[in-house]
Write a protein that binds this ligand. Structure first.
Ligand code: ADP
Ligand code: MG
Length: 697
């Protein structure tokens, strides 16, 4: 019987009790599910080391040698056994902190030592090693790579260890060898030189050597990414067929704003507006991602596109993740639109809009007198009804889930066009997965005349020097941001840090005015403080990361980041983007402790080395790994990757996407006989995994 349908309880070496735990702990229901539990690491048991060759502290090794001396120290529970191991040339130490009484050692016997070395007192130590007399070492023990499997506490409690996993999987080996239906067509396997599923599963669990293990894993990673892409792209293809509002006219409002701008659009801004306008003309619904570095002028692009919609008789909205940002957008748009007089009506709706003020907004949206609405999540409320919503901008998308995006669809009889903008660039391969269902436009050019921000990394000790520098900047008429980390907006300690910092600055700069803003403040107070800083009334703004996104005060030239080690790279870059917006030279000062971890040092070095958001995004992905990034993106990606890694398998992502695209270009609905295997596998995945794109229309 097909392993994909064989109940796990009826597999060799499993049984009812283990089956229950496998089901509840790992969601393993079938024999194939068990085979899909891939090892998380391998230890090379075919290689024998000499003590002189040891380098890494954290890799398992095996060494042949003799035990020359041993003794016990301490009594009772604290008793410990120490031994000296000699490989013919060098010595190392073996230590058992417990269970030493069960270790039987003999002189003049050759042992196979297996364990993880660490350096202690300038000599290699093995704590609780495995020690097997050579006479008892079977060939299997030293054959090839030994796989290690993840297990949970509950599994261990009933005796399912990594070794048990291996035994259970070995029980399926004869069936596996007899062959399993492949999930990928022979043509694709051939084109990308991939192993068959049968060979890949055999070699991922029982690899002959490193090469076959790596080839097996590459095939399984490709497969995983391929089906993710098949899901995403099928969704995208399906949506491409949806009818959308047609907006062919480039009208008077668009032209009026364009002419009133005090500067030219950059080439990249023009190109992107063309790309979007092509979508608007197409008769199909647009789903587009707009990427651009901090300060590249995404907001203006969004506004011009909103005007395209308005000129065609539709309404538009811009949805921002925070009230501060919504307010800021509202102010920015109003000032851009001032020369147009009454031609465009813009309104603002956020959580703090009073019920009384909501009434005219609700009415204006219904009767069409409001053309553009700016707001936060409040826009999604059912009460917000439109006359003819046609274009939606979602700014700084990472704070919105996919499901929320879907909510906007019910606001008109056809789904509006959707433009998603990100705060900072996202690495290409991550975007392909997290935003893989969107078409991408990139602004890869900054407005001319910007002086790159100078970034300097200081340790906290240099406070006096930094204050002198700040004084000088303020005397020259500039303004300064001082940002404190706030991991969770409600953490009291962080607020205390902020308050202390504020007090300290008040003492150090008695002649200047200082604003403070944080997430716990009432929206109106926040607004007031931001306003005071924006108008130049206060010289220093002390804040938590609430100012991270979007805030625009061109006269501010210094961004000082306290405890910079507590920020991620993209956050640091986003914060740095708050300065360098005017004509003056700007500075970003990263303050950290003296003692830094290796990763923190790298983060600081990257910040100092480059201003390029795309490069920083790539570095961030490498340093943090994709799981972390997706977490902060809160993208709501409805799938987990088990073997592929978006940080290190970028090339496979690209290949898998291409392979999926080739198939769907020919057969968007997977109806061909040839593509039946893909449909079948998608069905299996839908049942066994949590991801289900069909819910997200
Ligand atoms: P982003 O949202 O991409 O980080 P913004 O839209 O906030 O960037 O733009 C940053 C600043 O640059 C704003 O003050 C904006 O008015 C200005 N700006 C936008 N486009 C241009 C341009 N083509 N030339 C000069 N300045 C521009
Ligand atoms: Mg912005």
């Amino acid at each position: 019987m097909d392993l994909a349908y064989r109940d796990i309880a009826y597999c060799k070496n499993v049984g009812a009790k283990r089956a229950d735990i496998l089901r509840s702990e790992l969601n393993v229901r079938t024999a194939m599910d068990l085979l899909r539990q891939y090892p998380y690491k391998y230890i090379d048991r075919s290689r024998f080391y000499k003590i002189a060759e040891l380098e890494d502290e954290d890799t398992y090794v095996q060494i042949v040698g003799e035990v020359t001396e041993w003794h016990t120290i301490g009594i009772g529970k604290a008793q410990r056994l120490s031994a000296t191991f000699f490989d013919g040339n060098h010595q190392c130490e073996l230590v058992w902190f417990r269970g030493g009484q069960y270790v039987k050692l003999q002189r003049g016997v050759k042992y196979l030592l297996f364990g993880k070395p660490s350096v202690f007192n300038h000599i290699y130590n093995f704590v609780h090693p495995e020690l097997t007399p050579m006479s008892k070492v079977t060939p299997e023990m030293t054959q090839g790579l030994e796989p290690y499997y993840n297990t949970t506490e509950k599994m261990k409690r009933i005796g399912i260890t990594s070794k048990t996993m291996r035994t259970m999987i070995a029980g399926l080996l004869p069936d596996l060898k007899a062959g399993v239906p492949d999930t990928i067509g022979a043509d694709v396997l051939q084109r990308y030189r991939l192993m068959s599923l049968r060979d890949a599963l055999i070699n991922v669990h029982f690899p002959k050597d490193t090469t076959s293990m790596q080839n097996a894993r590459a095939r399984l990673k490709f497969e995983e990414l391929f089906f993710v892409q098949l899901q995403i792209l099928r969704q995208m293809k399906r949506r491409e067929q949806f009818p959308g509002f047609t907006m062919p006219i480039v009208g008077s409002r668009f032209h009026a704003l364009y002419k009133s701008l005090p500067f030219d659009l950059t080439g990249a801004q023009k190109r992107v507006i063309h790309e979007i306008h092509d979508d608007l003309k197409s008769g199909h619904q647009m789903n587009r991602l707009l990427q651009g570095d901090v300060g590249s002028g995404k907001t203006l692009v969004a506004l011009l596109c909103c005007l395209l919609a308005v000129d065609n008789g539709y309404q538009a909205c811009i949805m921002a993740p925070t009230e501060i940002l919504a307010n800021q957008h509202y102010e920015t748009l109003k000032s851009f639109l001032a020369p147009l007089g009454d031609a465009v009506h813009v309104a603002l709706l956020t959580g703090s809009t009073t019920p009384k003020n909501r009434v005219p907004i609700h009415n204006g949206l219904m009767n069409g007198t409001i053309h553009i609405l700016i707001g936060t999540h409040a826009l999604l409320e059912d009460k917000v009804q439109w006359q003819n919503l046609g274009f939606v901008v979602i700014d700084e998308q990472h704070r919105f889930g996919v499901a929320q995006r879907a909510k906007l669809w019910t606001k008109n009889q056809m789904p509006p066009h959707i433009l998603v903008m990100t705060a900072t660039p996202i690495p290409r391969t991550l975007a392909m997965t997290v935003y893989g269902d969107l078409h991408v436009s990139i602004i890869d050019e900054l407005p001319p005349g910007r002086k790159p921000v100078q970034t300097i990394h200081y340790s906290l000790q240099r406070r006096a020097q930094i204050y002198t520098f700040m004084h000088k900047q303020i005397e020259e008429g500039r303004q300064i941001y001082v940002v404190y980390p706030l991991i969770k907006e409600n953490e009291k300690m962080d607020l205390q840090d902020l308050q202390n910092g504020f007090n300290e600055l008040c003492e150090a700069f008695p002649e200047y005015k200082i604003s403070m803003v944080h997430g716990q403040m009432k929206a109106s107070d926040k607004d007031l403080q931001m306003q005071r800083f924006a108008s130049g009334e206060t010289q220093i703004l002390v804040a938590t990361t609430v100012i991270e996104v979007g805030v625009n005060v061109p006269n501010a030239t210094v961004m000082m980041i306290q405890n910079a080690e507590r920020f991620g790279l993209s956050q640091l870059h986003q914060l740095r983007g708050r300065v360098g917006r005017g004509a003056d030279q700007s500075f970003c000062i990263l303050l950290t402790d003296m003692e830094l971890s290796k990763d923190t040092r790298k983060r600081m070095d990257i910040m100092v080395a480059t201003n390029d958001g795309f490069r920083i995004a790539e570095a961030d992905l490498q340093l943090r790994g994709p799981g972390d990034l997706e977490g902060t993106l809160q993208s709501g990606t409805p799938f987990d990757l088990h073997i592929a890694n978006l940080a290190t398998d970028g090339q496979l992502v690209t290949l898998a996407r291409q392979a999926a695209l080739d198939i769907l270009d020919q057969d968007p609905l997977l109806e061909d006989e040839m593509n039946r295997i893909y449909k079948r596998q998608l069905d299996i995945l839908r049942v066994s995994q949590s991801y289900n794109w069909s819910e997200i229309s």
